[in-house]
Design a protein around this ligand. Structure first.
Ligand code: 8IG
Length: 275
């Protein structure tokens, strides 16, 4: 119980820890370099089985800096997948959320480890609430941009990183080739873990948001810092608070994710095939 997490040491260098994690990943997977990394959020897990052949599955806690998953339904493993193209994908089924309160270094560690493992493309997926009232639970949406309401950043010190075209126009166009009527929206990251009040959802809408969630933005910033090209996708598992008047329930969110699996898994697999 007294074991200190390596990223909690203020004197530790998070990039050095990511390098060590990448070396451990290479050793345990037998794959020297990964090309693409995917973080699979609620509802997106099935995609891993469809994108290629899993050649190694590593419990996340065996890799330096990773934490056990906080939530059941989040799988807690790292998988190395051989794609039909011959490229290697690293599937991160172990997301640390900001609301867990372990600090932003731990939130973005998987992204930094993936970058250190060689990945130049970062696919970030999540389950989220929808603000556009015509969205039905189970709708996949491309993230075009984000608004980070956590009041935090993975960048430390005077690190001024450009976030123009953070969610790559090129990768979004590619996703649209696979699914031309894929909807799009601006993702608003709240701190959580509570869902928004209806007034907060109206605020998110007023400032230009279409999707509300509790992940992704901080990870995207870290991925950009590491020079990766980013594709972000949300699965709308519920309409945001106050949009329909119905109360939100975690069980319904999980169920919507389960039902959407058969659609979004193949969608993501087809996108990955084009990378
Ligand atoms: I799934 O309605 C899921 N995650 N902030 N709001 C926020 N996060 C979410 C929601 C939602 N649904």
């Amino acid at each position: 119980m007294t074991t200190q997490h390596p990223l909690d040491d203020p004197n530790a260098d998070p990039f050095e820890i990511a390098q060590t994690a990448a070396a451990q990943l290479a050793e345990k997977t037998g794959v020297e370099r990964h090309d693409i990394a995917l973080t699979l959020g609620s509802g997106w897990g099935k995609a891993a089985d469809l994108i290629g052949e899993t050649t190694a599955t590593i419990p996340a806690e065996e890799i330096l800096g990773f934490s056990k998953p906080a939530l059941s339904g989040h799988t807690g493993s790292l998988r190395s997948i051989l794609l039909p193209s011959g490229k290697r994908a690293l599937v991160i089924g172990a997301r640390t959320h900001y609301y867990e309160g372990h600090g932003v270094r731990r939130v973005v560690h998987s992204v930094r480890a993936a970058a250190a493992a060689g990945a130049t493309t970062m696919i970030l997926t999540n389950g989220a609430g929808g603000i556009k009232s015509h969205w039905k639970p189970g709708t996949p949406v491309l993230i075009t941009d984000h608004i980070n309401l956590t009041a935090d950043s993975p960048l430390e010190g005077a690190t001024f990183i450009d976030l123009t075209d953070l969610y790559s126009q090129r990768l979004r166009a590619l996703a649209k080739e696979v699914s031309p009527d894929l909807d799009e929206g601006v993702y608003v990251q709240f701190r959580g873990p509570h869902y928004e009040t209806p007034a907060e959802v109206q605020m998110a809408k007023a400032i230009g948001g279409h999707i509300v969630g509790m992940s992704t933005s901080l990870e995207a910033i870290a991925a950009r810092q590491s020079g990766m090209e980013i594709l972000g996708m949300s699965l709308i598992t519920n309409l945001a608070a106050g949009i329909t008047g119905e109360a939100l329930s975690h069980a319904e969110v999980i169920e919507a994710g389960r039902q959407a699996e058969t659609v979004i898994g193949p969608l993501l697999a087809s996108i990955v095939e084009k990378l």
